[in-house]
Design a protein around this ligand. Structure first.
Ligand code: SF4
Ligand code: SF4
Length: 426
């Protein structure tokens, strides 16, 4: 079947998580789903993008014989598939895309990252954002021009995956010891599903954890360099589109200081108009164009509040703009999907006042998705108090129907999982 041919039977997307949200435009075009389904009772009787979210029983009663599309990433795919089969759904009613089981990683399978921080180097591409788990360096490929860099990227990706699955260690893979490698069911098309574009920028905040702080105090020479690198990055994006290395369903993320104060802001926003995208912003400003792009289904605004009180906000961001940011959050959240982040900084924002203040903000603005992160400069074990505050935020947010996801190092994830398991015991 052509990958974008519409299926005539009724299709339900199971289940409602980040995958369904992110890939909705593609799924909608391909399947025109009649409903979403999920086991979580808190989501029932609500909707996503105007499509109802139903329980399994309701789906079977309203749409008998419907087909199910499993909206799950490769790590969770088999579990979700098996849970539907356990409910009595036959395989013939599940839309099976082509998968193969082998060792790989989410980034190798789906990502292309382009970092353009220097005016005079060769083109370089990566598979993941370096050191995302604190234990490894991202493999890097270079080329003398766009075409060569992309060719080398695909060749190296295939080589790494072959090496991960080979019993001989003749040429050890650069990903060999990375904790992100796992046995999974991977889609055989190996399409680039996410493109991350990073180039220098400036910012009006000075977050304590920010890795671009040294770029922030820009003189006019630096601004010229920033603009050149931005132009170049946007040209590369166009090249990838023109050559069909990415398509209109590829998710684009831009990492470059604060987009709303970039001198080329409008050009960058225009370049994002044709693709689903996550836009990172500190939302110290409200911008109509940004709000319009974000209101497109599948797009999302990612912003990091990290506090529930003005004092803590100012301590972390070095600006006294908590009220302004909260006002803008209210405006953006009323028109678009917002993912609100809380980066835990031990001794600064891991206290009850901030967590409770943050929960009140979530409630007031009807935010549905929260990402809990640790400072990527500190991927070591979390202390007891920070763990307790992560659990407090998780529990109180989940009580009001908010989805929580974690971006933590493997040790930290394990610590949180252990604590949640211990609390769940009667
Ligand atoms: S270094 Fe780790 S996260 Fe990056 S591509 Fe390799 S396996 Fe994936
Ligand atoms: S708002 Fe973002 S870009 Fe600006 S200083 Fe903070 S982390 Fe860095």
């Amino acid at each position: 079947m052509n990958s974008f041919q519409k299926i005539s039977s009724l299709v339900v997307i199971w289940s409602v998580g980040n995958y369904a949200r992110e890939y909705f435009p593609m799924l909608n075009e391909k399947y025109a789903p009649v409903a979403f389904g999920d086991n979580d009772a808190k989501k029932h009787a609500t909707d996503l993008f105007g499509i109802p979210i139903l329980s399994f029983e309701e789906i079977e009663a309203r749409h008998p014989g419907c087909l199910y599309y499993i909206a799950a990433d490769e790590i969770n795919y088999l579990n979700v598939l098996n849970s539907l089969i356990e409910k009595g759904v036959t395989r013939s009613r599940i839309i099976i895309e082509e998968y193969k089981e082998y060792k790989s990683c989410l980034f190798l399978e789906n990502y292309m990252c382009y970092e353009n921080y220097s005016v005079d180097t060769e083109w370089s591409l990566q598979f993941c954002c370096a050191n995302s788990d604190g234990s490894n360096k991202s493999p890097l490929v270079r080329g003398r021009d766009y075409e060569e860099a992309v060719y080398n990227f695909f060749a190296m990706r295939d080589r790494i995956i072959d090496e991960l699955n080979s019993s001989s260690n003749f040429m050890p893979s650069p990903c060999l010891n990375c904790c992100m490698v796992n046995m999974g069911s991977w889609r055989t098309d190996r399409e680039i599903r996410r493109f991350v574009l990073s180039y220098p920028g400036t910012c009006n905040f000075r977050c304590v954890y920010c890795c671009i702080n040294d770029m922030i105090n820009c003189n006019s020479n630096k601004i010229n360099d920033i603009n050149r690198l931005t132009e170049e990055s946007l040209r590369f994006l166009k090249f990838l589109r023109d050559k069909h290395y990415i398509n209109k369903h590829t998710h684009i993320t831009i990492n470059s200081g604060e987009i709303l104060i970039h001198t080329m802001r409008d050009k960058i926003l225009e370049a994002l108009e044709d693709n689903p995208c996550f836009i990172n912003s500190n939302i110290s400003q409200y911008n109509e164009k940004l709000a319009k792009i974000l209101s497109i289904k599948g797009n999302a605004l990612k912003t990091s509040l990290d506090a529930g009180t003005p004092e803590t906000f100012a301590k972390i961001k070095s600006v006294d703009l908590f009220d302004k940011v909260c006002q803008n959050l209210c405006r953006y959240a009323s028109q678009t999907h917002v993912i609100l982040q809380y980066i835990f900084l031990p001794g600064i924002n891991d206290n009850e006042r901030d967590i409770d203040g943050f929960i009140a903000i979530l409630q007031k603005n009807e935010i549905k998705n929260v990402q809990i992160k640790s400072d990527m400069n500190n991927t070591l074990k979390l202390n007891k108090n920070t763990i307790n505050m992560i659990i407090r935020l998780t529990h109180n947010a989940q009580k009001i129907g908010i989805n929580i996801s974690y971006v933590l190092s493997p040790f930290q994830k394990q610590q949180i999982e252990n604590k949640l398991k211990a609390l769940a015991k009667p």
